[in-house]
Design a protein around this ligand. Structure first.
Ligand code: FRU
Length: 315
């Protein structure tokens, strides 16, 4: 079972008619990096549990319904009366999204270190706002350290949202302090630039591999032994609507496909061949392309990805 820990929130995505004068109409969509990753894993058919603190308000109920509908186990979700975090998304002409968060005093920020993870948990995925917003961030960090210490495979996606980070240098130092506990680091090239440093440097600090996403330019992985493998982005049927949740889908697809290769351990990741990596990356690219073809974070179901072929690309 894969455990995804972190925020579930509501994205307010531009769309439809009905705004007041020059104000755009905003449609509520379930979101939050970890929420999106958990739903994507569930839709792919991977046994998944979500670990978080979710509001008892109507949005919180809808978020839990979304998880359950994807087959995600929500027994580790704690509830609180504080409101759900809101993220107002601005979508550019190319579909890229920027976010403005309303996260003061919200339920997910008050996450506390939970008891043991569900029986059979083999991997933990976390990142994004939940590792920034205190006091919950310290509890998520403690969860990462505790589970990595127990030998659980960890995937970290910093999913940097600069508007939420008060002290950029302190966050960058904190990010580096997590790396010894990280089995697989996945991040966008924009996040890599913002964080400073390089994949090669981060690899020496702990992760078995670093996956970099570069939007329309595709995905690549850099492994400990210095190999680099890349695939192009997959075609987005009907064109990009928005990129919301694409990176979160990549996290899920990586974990799902690595599990299929029996590679949810740093030692097994080190054994993956070039063909294995190309298969994993191509699958993630196809999954992300489907998410980009629809409004908001709406990851694909397994049936939409049937027969994902391995592709041979130059690294
Ligand atoms: O969690 C932070 C934000 O990032 C996203 O997950 C997209 O990657 C949005 O759904 C959310 O508002």
């Amino acid at each position: 079972m894969i455990v995804v820990a972190g925020e579930a929130l509501i994205d307010l995505v531009p769309g439809g008619a009905g705004g007041d004068g020059d104000l755009p109409a905003l449609l509520p969509r379930r979101g939050g990096g970890p929420y999106n990753t958990a739903v994507a894993l569930g839709r792919l058919g991977t046994p998944t549990a979500f670990c978080s603190r979710v509001s008892t308000d109507g949005f919180g109920e809808a978020l839990l319904d979304g998880l359950r509908a994807a087959g995600v186990d929500v027994a580790s979700v704690r509830r609180g009366p504080e409101p759900t975090t809101l993220a107002v998304a601005a979508v550019g002409a190319d579909g890229s999204a920027g976010y403005h968060f309303y996260a003061e005093g919200t339920a997910d920020r008050l996450f506390e270190l939970p008891g043991p993870l569900p029986e059979g948990a083999t991997a933990l995925c976390l990142g994004t706002c939940s590792l920034v917003l205190e006091p919950g961030a310290s509890a998520y960090e403690a969860l990462l350290r505790r589970e990595a210490g127990r030998g659980v495979f960890t995937l970290l996606d910093p999913n940097v949202r600069p508007g939420l980070i008060v002290d950029a240098d302190a966050y960058r130092a904190r990010f580096r302090s997590w790396l010894p506990q990280v089995s697989l680091l996945k991040l966008s090239v924009e996040d890599a630039r913002w964080l400073g440093g390089s994949a090669r440097e981060w690899l020496t600090a702990g992760p078995a591999a670093v996956v970099l996403t570069d939007g329309a330019a595709g995905l690549s992985v850099l492994t400990r032994d210095g190999e680099r493998h890349s695939v192009p982005a997959a075609a987005v049927g009907g064109g990009v609507v928005d990129t919301i949740g694409a990176g979160d889908t990549v996290n899920a697809a990586l974990l799902h496909r690595l599990a299929g290769h029996g590679a949810l351990s740093p030692a097994a990741v080190a054994e993956l061949t070039r063909a294995d990596w190309l298969d994993v990356l191509a699958f993630a690219a196809r999954a992300a392309a489907i998410t980009c073809s629809r409004a908001g974070a709406e990851p694909p179901y397994a049936a939409e990805l049937c027969g994902s072929p391995a592709v041979e690309q130059d690294g």
